[in-house]
Write a protein that binds this ligand. Structure first.
Ligand SMILES: *Cc1c(COP(=O)(O)O)cnc(C)c1O
Length: 394
């Protein structure tokens, strides 16, 4: 998120303000009164853990997503680890994951005791290519874990068919997926379960880390609820009856803080407005970037998509990013290294060549997009990009 000060200004150019890639604080300013009230309730109740706010948030998220069960945890990463364990992953089980994603998609598999098996992506939407599952599957494969990235979901219908053919259980890394749906079903509910991340930069961001597991399966929900709290029930678990007070599983401490739940309850009230705002800004980009030769791919927003990240594929990506940084415009590279080339997964190789994932890593660039960004900021970014390629071809 480094935004360098502008080093060059064209003479006679109107003063342009910097465009940050993301501003964690501004997204809270509008909601500060509600957040203050909610957080004040946590303080007044005198219960900062095992309080009421987490259970309330779980209920609200059930309504929002349509999930039968929502279990709040302390991060999207822990949600993935606990979901994999609760879904029955055993040591050494293979989990097919896309080679282009945030590192946690694959590291969660290792943390849960499994073996990540990398598969290539669809070059169009950057998500796991259903036909790539055939190439990645081995006798050890037991799960497939597609990730929904940036604006849209992986093709869950096709993935479900391939998975059924190989007898694989489908789970979803829907950490980026709040508000996304296909065929009327929210992200995370197309297989046995999925997750949400409330990392501050996500579409629904907390004032720190938080996450959740979504599932329609009562056994998975009950196991996640136990695993997040040392393998046993607790006072927040009234809505997960069957959980014993003794520890039947080796659990951990992955509970969501009540303060984060309070913040998220306040932010949920404007989530749909924020999502609409993101879509409006994405349309500004759509118009502003039209016809620029160096921009090879732009997001195509279908119904049920949510613009969490506005990701383009750009020629001379690194030069473009440096040019924008010099003009005071922040960008991010999501994701710089394909997962099968990350050193931490070396011992799970040898890995196959996965050309679509490799290529996405050399071209992908995320542009500023968050609800409080102004349309004129988007216009500035587009004008700069246009100028970069015009200068390059001059
Ligand atoms: C953000 C993210 C995660 C991890 O979520 P945290 O809450 O940061 O732990 C996992 N997978 C994907 C695809 C993500 O974008």
């Amino acid at each position: 998120m480094t935004v360098q000060r502008r080093v060059t200004a064209d003479p006679g150019e109107e003063i342009q303000r910097d465009v940050r890639f993301f501003a964690q604080n501004t997204t809270f300013e509008r909601l500060w009164p509600q957040i203050r009230t909610r957080v004040g309730e946590v303080f007044a109740n005198g219960k900062f853990s095992h309080g009421k706010q987490v259970a309330q948030l779980e209920q609200r998220l059930r309504e929002y997503t349509g999930a039968q069960y929502v279990v709040g945890v302390n991060s999207g990463t822990d949600a993935l680890v606990l979901l994999l364990r609760a879904a029955g992953l055993k040591a050494g089980d293979g989990v097919i994951v896309p080679a282009f994603s945030f590192v946690a998609t694959a590291s969660a598999v290792v943390l849960a005791g499994g073996v990540p098996q990398f598969a290539d992506i669809d070059p169009g939407d950057h998500t796991l290519a259903p036909e790539a599952i055939d190439a990645a599957v081995t006798p050890a494969s037991r799960f497939v874990l597609p990730a929904h990235l940036f604006t849209g979901m992986a093709d869950m219908t096709a993935i479900g068919e391939v998975a059924a053919r190989h007898g694989l259980v489908v789970l979803e890394d829907s950490a980026e997926g709040i508000g996304m749906s296909r065929l009327g079903v929210h992200a995370g509910l197309h297989g046995r379960g999925g997750v949400l991340s409330f990392f501050p930069s996500k579409t629904l961001g907390a004032l720190g880390d938080a996450g959740a597991v979504l599932t329609d399966d009562p056994d998975i929900a009950g196991r996640v609820a136990a695993l997040r709290h040392h393998g046993r029930g607790g006072r927040t678990l009234d809505h997960f009856p069957g959980i014993a007070t003794e520890s039947g599983l080796i659990g951990t401490n992955s509970k969501m803080d009540d303060i984060q739940a309070a913040v998220l309850l306040a932010k949920l009230t404007c989530l749909d407005d924020d999502i609409a705002r993101r879509r409006a800004l994405a349309l500004e980009y759509e118009t502003g970037l039209a016809g620029i030769q160096g921009i090879r791919r732009r997001p195509v927003l279908g119904p049920g998509d949510v613009c969490y990240v506005y990701l383009v594929e750009a020629d001379r990506r690194d030069e473009l990013a440096a040019y924008l940084a010099a003009a005071g415009i922040g960008t991010e590279v999501y994701y710089p290294i394909p997962l099968h080339r990350q050193p931490c997964f070396d011992s799970y190789g040898p890995h196959p060549e996965l050309p679509n994932a490799e290529q996405a890593c050399t071209r992908a660039l995320a542009l500023p997009l968050y609800p409080d960004l102004e349309a004129r900021d988007v216009h500035t970014v587009c004008a700069r990009i246009r100028r970069f390629y015009a200068e390059a071809s001059a």
